[in-house]
Write a protein that binds this ligand. Structure first.
Ligand code: HDD
Length: 727
């Protein structure tokens, strides 16, 4: 029994005024007749057997989550105070008469309001808006030769919790903004928690953590008006990144399609820094971590992102939760680029300690060491997604840091921030942050201490607790620093290799397909045009001449500014792996609009719906009203009406037939699908009506077809390339 369990005898509530044995106390009125039947019980938030057997937690729709049974706070089926006293009402304060003032003695009122007044905690200073999921990482054993961490042993499965986020916006901001995305993974390994706290962009704005407050102050809303929200399109951001030119490569990635991912499920992740691994023989290797999404890397187009932020600001959060809820578990392969741990820590002329640089995959291939599957949604947003605390210094034996000055500063910042965000030093005891490895840490007391420590000697050496806790052997311990030789004079200088601010921006831009380059130029023009200061706009264009003269001229022309003087630029190689165009990707989970007139042949629509499902995609039938198509058993459910649907939900469309007098939303839909490069397959029967609302048959990816099978094969081919890029 726990402190929250109901006092019962033989399964029946104990009658009031009855002693535990059922004998009446002297002087007490005679007990009422025992009640033989209980009043109907309210539904418990937990499955019926949960109080006894503590089985896996389930979400509202019945899917298991991985919340620990011991973390359950709410166990009574009845409304109670925080002290567990049952309440008969919560609708009325205690008053001196029906029309009198409220009494101070009303503990329930004061407790309820006081708790409410303190419900919010400070949001994260960056990455405030996020969405998360539980899952499992399964190693394939490939890393065991370079790393002794148990998490990488062949077949080893480790629980994970992953939080994706935007960086600049507040907790309530929109998802589809142009920004970097956080990609933070907590591995609950048997040897202690390992956090891989990365982003969806492999380079960073700054090379030294001491500049982090500067870049964040510049990117956040203006201090006077507190606008714009969740945007880099404003003066202070562009002022900083054009003066502090080591930010050029990261800014270029942000302005490319990578700044507006289609889904968290379709993003790459990067550890950014170089880490050091060591194996059982004490040999060390330098590595960069990569997450490769099994669904491929996809982005929105800018118009789509802008519409999404109005139509469905929670688009990415909903997409992740819906996919997991429906059993379409997203997966990523974890890979490493491996480099020899040389004295200079350079590889092919690239400084591995400079976080503004990548090593192209063509020079050092990404080798897959395991796969992560996200298979359960959080049970409670606040308890898990909001309270999870990551830290790049949470490392398992065999994984170590390097002297990257950005990483070194992060090692301080993350612990420090949790102390104010989560209210004290005991945040590791929150259920989501509890290691799955046993803990015996000698850390004591402090705000929100929930552990009841036993023993009298939280110090070492001790004899009073028999010397416990004991040390690990030299081979098993975490945070055993690799004995790299460190010497040098204290200096605030940076190495000469850190002075190269443009070659990697150029490498990235030159590696993009022409359509991606065009999107990037448009994004620069959009963002710089939002700056009030002409000098900042011009500086933005001038910086680009260090990257690519054509890009600089194109942005200048869009802004109506003079083109900058061409610079002498060193030639750079390209890295095809950086482009999202030109590859083929799986179709799983892509959403297909099936556009109908409401009186369409239900059996033909049903067949099409079936074929789309069979291809692993999600059909969404659209009709003028929500009434099912057809009657009886053969009827087909309508998922969206033209009034509620919008292009952003669909990756492609099949037009079965259209209403004779279509509402304006139908033409809007066609226009948007075209501009967003989405394939449209039109059955012969619907061609005239589709042309009447703006379908242009000349556009690539728009096909006129005689049957549903043909329609689907056209869509499959276009969708495997994600979009009709030529349009
Ligand atoms: Fe950071 C949060 C990723 C540099 C200071 N960071 C945070 C999160 C991610 C990253 C994904 C959200 C974690 C979550 O979901 O709770 N940060 C990065 C990457 C960086 C980086 C990939 C560079 C390669 N960060 C960085 C620097 C500093 C910080 C240089 C400070 C010196 N970051 C923080 C922070 C945050 C944070 C202020 C805010 C909330 C938190 O830590 O827990 O401490």
């Amino acid at each position: 029994m726990t402190e929250h369990s109901e006092p019962q005898q033989n399964g029946q509530p104990t009658p009031r005024n009855a002693s535990p044995s059922g004998q009446s106390l002297p002087g007490a009125p005679a007990p009422e007749e025992p009640q033989l039947t209980e009043p109907p019980q309210p539904r418990s938030p937990l499955p019926p057997a949960a109080d006894q057997a503590a089985p896996a937690m389930r979400s509202a729709t019945g899917n298991p989550t991985q919340a620990e049974p011991s973390s359950r706070a709410q166990r009574s089926t009845h409304l109670t105070t925080a002290q567990g006293a049952r309440l008969a009402t919560t609708d009325h304060s205690l008053r001196a008469g029906e029309r009198g003032p409220v009494l101070l003695q009303d503990h329930h009122l004061r407790e309820k309001i006081t708790h409410f007044d303190h419900e919010r905690i400070p949001e994260r200073v960056v990455h405030a808006r996020g969405a998360a999921a539980h899952g499992v990482f399964r190693a394939n054993g490939a890393a065991t030769s370079i790393c002794r961490a148990a998490v990488f042993q062949d077949g080893k499965e480790t629980d994970v919790f992953v939080r994706f986020s935007t960086v600049l916006g507040s907790r309530g901001s929109a998802d589809a903004v142009r920004d970097t995305r956080g990609f933070a993974v907590k591995f609950y390994t048997d040897e202690g928690t390992w956090d891989l706290v990365g982003n969806n962009i492999p380079v960073f704005f700054i090379q030294d953590a001491i500049k982090f407050p500067d870049i964040v102050h510049a990117g956040k809303p203006h201090p006077d008006r507190e606008i714009p929200q969740a945007q880099s399109a404003h003066d202070t951001f562009w002022d900083f990144v054009t003066l502090h030119t080591e930010a050029t490569a990261h800014t270029m990635w942000n302005m490319s399609d990578r700044g507006i991912p289609r889904s968290y499920r379709m993003m790459e992740g990067f550890g950014v820094h170089t880490f050091r691994m060591s194996n059982h023989d004490g040999e060390t290797t330098l590595v960069k971590f990569h997450w490769k999404p099994r669904l491929g890397v996809h982005s929105m187009v800018w118009e789509e992102a802008q519409i999404t932020n109005g139509m469905d600001p929670d688009f990415h959060r909903r997409d992740l939760a819906d996919a997991i809820e429906s059993g379409a578990y997203p997966q990523w392969d974890l890979g490493v680029q491996v480099f020899p741990d040389t004295e200079d820590q350079m590889f092919e002329g690239i400084d591995l300690l400079d976080p503004t640089k990548i090593v192209p995959e063509e020079l050092a291939p990404v080798q897959i060491i395991g796969t992560m599957t996200l298979n359960a949604n959080p049970t409670n947003y606040f308890a898990e997604t909001e309270q999870v605390a990551f830290h790049p210094g949470h490392l398992a034996p065999g994984i170590d840091v390097t002297a990257d000055p950005l990483l070194q500063g992060r090692l301080f910042s993350y612990l420090d921030t949790q102390i104010s965000r989560l209210g004290g030093p005991n945040f590791a005891q929150l259920p989501i942050n509890r290691p799955h490895a046993p803990v015996n840490d000698m850390l004591r007391d402090g705000m929100h201490q929930t552990a009841v420590h036993t023993g009298v000697a939280p110090y070492k050496p001790n004899s009073l607790d028999g010397g416990c806790p004991f040390f690990a052997g030299a081979q098993d311990g975490a945070l055993i620093d690799v004995p790299v030789e460190i010497q040098g004079k204290a200096t605030r200088q940076k190495p000469a290799s850190f002075e190269d601010h443009f070659s990697q921006a150029r490498l990235f831009y030159r590696s993009l397909a022409p359509v991606e380059q065009e999107h990037t130029a448009n994004a620069y023009a959009f963002e710089l045009a939002k700056c009030y200061e002409p000098v900042i706009r011009q500086r933005g264009v001038n910086v680009l001449s260090n990257v690519d003269q054509e890009l600089a001229e194109s942005v200048a022309a869009k802004l109506g500014l003079p083109a900058p003087e061409p610079q002498q630029l060193e030639p750079v190689a390209t890295s095809p792996a950086l482009s999202q165009v030109g590859r083929e990707w799986p179709l799983d989970g892509r959403q297909i609009a099936v556009l109908t007139c409401g009186e369409s042949d239900a059996s033909a629509v049903a067949e099409l719906v079936e074929q789309i499902f069979d291809a692993g995609m999600v059909p969404l039938v659209v009709a003028p009203t929500g009434e099912p198509l057809g009657d009886g058993d053969g009827s087909v459910a309508v998922a969206r009406t033209y009034f509620t649907a919008r292009s952003i939900e669909f990756d492609a469309a099949v037009v079965v037939d259209l209403p004779a007098e279509p509402e304006p939303a139908v033409a809007v839909m066609f226009g948007e699908l075209h501009r967003q490069g989405k394939a449209i397959a039109v059955l012969d029967s619907a061609l005239d009506s589709a042309v009447a609302v703006g379908l242009d048959q000349e556009y690539e990816g728009t096909a006129q077809l005689s049957g549903t099978t043909e329609a689907l094969s056209v869509l499959r081919s276009a969708l495997s390339r994600h979009r009709v890029w030529a349009r």
